[in-house]
Design a protein around this ligand. Structure first.
Ligand SMILES: NC(=O)C1=CN([C@@H]2O[C@H](COP(=O)(O)OP(=O)(O)OC[C@H]3O[C@@H](n4cnc5c(N)ncnc54)[C@H](OP(=O)(O)O)[C@@H]3O)[C@@H](O)[C@H]2O)[C@@H](O)CC1
Ligand SMILES: Nc1ncnc2c1ncn2[C@@H]1O[C@H](COP(=O)(O)OP(=O)(O)O)[C@@H](O)[C@H]1O
Ligand SMILES: [Mg+2]
Length: 282
């Protein structure tokens, strides 16, 4: 087990090559946001854009279109209920994020199934929020999951649902055993988030605090992970994930010096400055 240190940042966040364009910094597809939880997918999408993902498309409910374009006009949109458009967008993406505000009804399940069936092992899939809760109820997806090797980002209750390990007895030994069966990365979000990597290593975060306990905070983290993976894809995979998780809490910690609570959108607004201040060589 190792503690994630600040020095990971300038190893991962490096100067951009002059000869480059948006296509070099990754295509992200975010999927979620039903009529009740539109904010979740908008925050995730906005976080990915602010991290520097080259091209970001949001597949969401048509109800969210105006808000999405008002808050983050850099993002493109498709209606997540169009199977044809969704499959086309999945095929084009480098990084996919499903779950923030997706909900758990039959429409949500259908969308999740389409995503799992059309994602290849060459792409990177992040599974968050409602998508984790849905998979917990549908173990028939496990064989697909084991082929895709996704990144799960559960909070402790979502992890209990998925793994069957009660929150009170979750520990590194039991968590690793189930994570290795899933053949996936697991980012278990809590005070001092723990990351169970596919290569068997474990990273722990020692920053962050209760000033982060506001709805949308995990949705924002999921978008940051997508944005980091999109543009730093040539770097060491496990280190990119650690750097993304560290960035999210480090910004919150900085802001908490003069804010009693730090909102997810406060973090999003500071990502560009924070990345510039913590970037290193090539
Ligand atoms: N603005 C938006 O659009 C927002 C949309 N959102 C979207 O909503 C969807 C549902 O996600 P969700 O996390 O809100 O609900 P759910 O999965 O039922 O989990 C909550 C249950 O678990 C329990 N619990 C125990 N330990 C816990 C822990 N460490 N961390 C958290 N919970 C813990 C907890 O216990 P209690 O609070 O009762 O003590 C409660 O019983 C999802 O798609 C998400 O993206 C949200 O992001 C909010 C902003
Ligand atoms: N007390 C705390 N200490 C450190 N981090 C916290 C604390 N409370 C919440 N967080 C962070 O906030 C995020 C909450 O994620 P999640 O519950 O999925 O939020 P949401 O689904 O509402 O977006 C995680 O990154 C978690 O680590
Ligand atoms: Mg969440």
């Amino acid at each position: 087990m190792h503690i994630i240190e600040k020095k990971i940042l300038n190893q991962i966040i490096t100067t951009r090559p002059l000869e480059s364009h948006k296509g070099n910094f990754g295509r992200v597809l975010t999927i979620g946001g039903n009529i009740q939880f539109g904010g979740a997918i908008i925050m995730a999408t906005s976080a990915a854009v602010h991290c520097g993902a080259g091209l970001v498309t949001c597949a969401t409910s048509m109800n969210n279109l105006t808000s999405l374009h008002t808050i983050v006009p850099e993002a493109m949109y498709i209606d997540y209920q169009s199977d044809f458009l969704l499959i086309d967008a999945i095929t084009r993406a480098d990084i996919l994020l499903i779950g923030p505000g997706l909900g758990t009804d039959t429409t949500s399940l259908q969308i999740l199934q389409t995503v799992l069936q059309n994602t290849s092992s060459q792409q990177l899939l992040i599974i968050d929020g409602s998508a984790i809760s849905l998979i917990s109820l549908h173990h028939e997806f496990f064989p697909l999951i084991k082929k895709i090797h996704p990144i799960f980002t559960p909070h402790q209750m979502e992890w209990e649902r998925l793994s069957g390990i009660k929150i009170s007895v979750q520990d590194d030994v039991k968590n690793t055993l189930f994570q290795q069966q899933l053949q996936s990365t697991v980012i278990l979000k809590k005070h001092h988030t723990t990351i169970y990597h596919r290569d068997g290593s474990i990273s722990k975060l020692q920053i962050g605090g209760p000033f982060m306990a506001t709805g949308g905070m995990g949705d924002t983290l999921a978008g940051i992970i997508a944005g980091f993976l999109a543009q730093f894809k040539l770097k060491h995979y496990e280190h990119v994930i650690d750097a993304a998780v560290y960035t999210h809490s480090a910004i919150a910690k900085e802001l908490s010096n003069n804010k009693y609570v730090v909102l997810p959108t406060d973090i999003i607004n500071e990502i560009q400055r924070f990345m510039q201040e913590n970037s290193g060589g090539i």
